[in-house]
Design a protein around this ligand. Structure first.
Ligand code: AHR
Length: 502
């Protein structure tokens, strides 16, 4: 029997207006993300400052509003002062997080200038591993204070008259992780984060602050970590972070595609912990979530162990993504959108070369990986109100995850453009799925396009020379009597765009 699913898309069933920062990204001083990624002096497309314009163009097409920087694990040993001032005087340092040598050719000023050209704000992560409250207040004074004080005048002396006005700041990175330089207990971190937050806000009251949640759901201290950190920081921060990567090392695709259900659960659990602390503190404030590292990451976990240490910008974490990875990324985006009432910001980790949608060859081409496309579609068409997905779908079970709907979907209503976009994944590996969507609350609608990503080989990848996995506009969605029908191909990512007439 043919698989069928139903969905009701109602304009009044609003989850939330989606914060544009949902489509954030991340660049760490890691591998070839900075050196050989965004920055490659001597490359045929490099501008006068050494930034590759071919890479920049691919980034601009993603319409990324915010980029987290400079780490990641790197930041827990990073002295931001090493990255400012005359480049010739900057030190080369050992980066203990990734066992490389950091030449400090790019730092805050260059990155902030470059990010502006990419159309993005910077989300700056401070070092709470080897540094503390003193460096926190110095770095924000350097970045954001207009002038007339030691650190702001130093920025001006370095050639940056205008403050960078960095609004969003992460208070450290994954401080619960034993792999972190300066790992802390929840109490130690909570206290350090609260004190850094106070000092930073005294320098610039307009900032938004993110405290570190657990490094991922599987951490043994998960939940208790969040509760304790928030006990210390609740009134000082605006966001709590979540990080999660999924992989398919077991080659169990049905389970891999279902991982976003665990992401749903993760977000729900962290929301519950935030609300528990809110209740306990009788606070009026509702904590938002910053899912500031998410992606698929597993292809290079083993092979990267062979990398020779203490090189400058070796190829690290250069996962080459498949069609099935793109489907998981699509499902993860839908999970984020379903939680847009609490997830205010999210960063796909990362942006170039390092577990990234964009790859480069040194001296050569830049190209889009499979995962580039669902992210781009969501960033371009997923702005507006996320609508509650009322979905009736047949389900399947895996050994690990049960009740997995074949249809994963959400609709976004862009009132400004009079458009509805439905993002949908058919998780069935061999069968198409007939979808019937009731859109009657919108009145007359017309189909703009039905974009599809599919490939007969779920392990197909893109290369510098061949975009084997890329979207086509040949989807078969039809509008009939205020409903939309479509047959979603097996294992496909779909973007159905509708224009509202009345
Ligand atoms: O994104 C790669 C790494 O994953 C980051 O440096 C760290 O924060 C996380 O563990």
């Amino acid at each position: 029997m043919a698989l069928t699913a139903k969905m009701v898309v109602d304009k009044d069933f609003i989850i939330s207006k989606i914060d544009d920062r949902m489509y954030g990204s991340f660049i760490e001083h890691l591998g070839r993300a900075v050196y050989g990624g965004i920055f490659e002096p001597g490359h045929p497309t490099a501008d006068a400052n050494g930034f590759r314009q071919d890479v920049l163009e691919l980034i601009q097409k993603l319409n990324v509003p915010i980029i987290r920087y400079p780490g990641g694990n790197f930041v827990s040993g990073y002295d931001w002062k090493d990255g400012v001032g005359p480049v010739s005087e900057r030190p080369r340092r050992l980066d203990l997080a990734w066992r490389t040598v950091e030449p400090n050719l790019i730092g805050m000023n260059e990155f902030a200038t470059w990010a502006r050209s990419a159309g993005a704000e910077v989300m700056w992560a401070i070092n709470l591993g080897t540094q503390g409250v003193e460096d926190a207040r110095q770095v924000i004074e350097y970045a954001n204070h207009p002038g007339g004080s030691y650190w702001s005048d130093l920025r001006i002396q370095h050639g940056y008259e205008q403050p960078h006005r960095i609004k969003t700041w992460c208070l450290g990175n994954e401080m619960d992780g034993p792999w972190q330089i300066g790992q802390k207990t929840a109490d130690e971190y909570g206290r350090a984060a609260a004190e850094a937050a106070k000092a930073m806000r005294w320098v610039d009251p307009d900032i938004e602050l993110v405290a570190c949640g657990s490094s991922y759901l599987g951490m043994p201290t998960f939940a208790q970590w969040e509760a304790t950190v928030l006990e210390h920081t609740y009134e000082h921060v605006d966001y709590l972070s979540l990080h999660q990567y999924y992989g398919n090392a077991e080659q169990d695709t049905a389970t891999f595609l279902a991982r976003s259900l665990q992401m749903d659960q993760f977000i729900d659990s962290v929301t519950a912990i935030c609300d528990y602390v809110k209740a306990k503190k009788r606070s009026k404030k509702t904590m938002k979530l910053s899912f500031d590292e998410w992606n698929v990451w597993f292809h290079t976990l083993e092979s990267d162990k062979q990398i020779e240490p203490w090189q400058v910008a070796p190829a690290q974490l250069e996962d080459i993504y498949t069609m099935e990875d793109a489907l998981v990324v699509g499902c993860m985006i839908i999970s984020l959108l379903k939680h847009s009432d609490r997830v205010g910001m999210a960063c796909m980790a990362q942006l170039v070369n390092v577990i990234a949608p964009i790859m480069t060859e040194t001296g050569g081409a830049a190209w889009a990986q499979t995962i580039y496309y669902p992210f781009m579609h969501a960033s371009l068409y997923g702005r507006g109100n996320a609508l509650i997905p009322l979905v009736h779908s047949p389900k399947y079970d895996t050994k690990e995850i049960t009740d997995v709907p074949y249809l994963e979907a959400i609709a976004v209503h862009n009132e400004e453009h009079n458009e509805i976009t439905i993002f949908a994944v058919n998780r069935h590996l061999t069968d198409s799925l007939s979808l019937l969507m009731d859109v009657r609350s919108f009145g007359e609608v017309a189909l703009i396009e039905h974009l599809v990503m599919e490939h007969e080989d779920l392990k197909a990848v893109n290369t510098a020379n061949l975009q084997a996995v890329s979207p086509h506009a040949g989807g078969n969605a039809r509008v009939e009597a205020r409903s939309v029908t479509a047959s979603l191909a097996a294992a496909s990512w779909n973007v159905i765009r509708l224009k509202i007439h009345s």
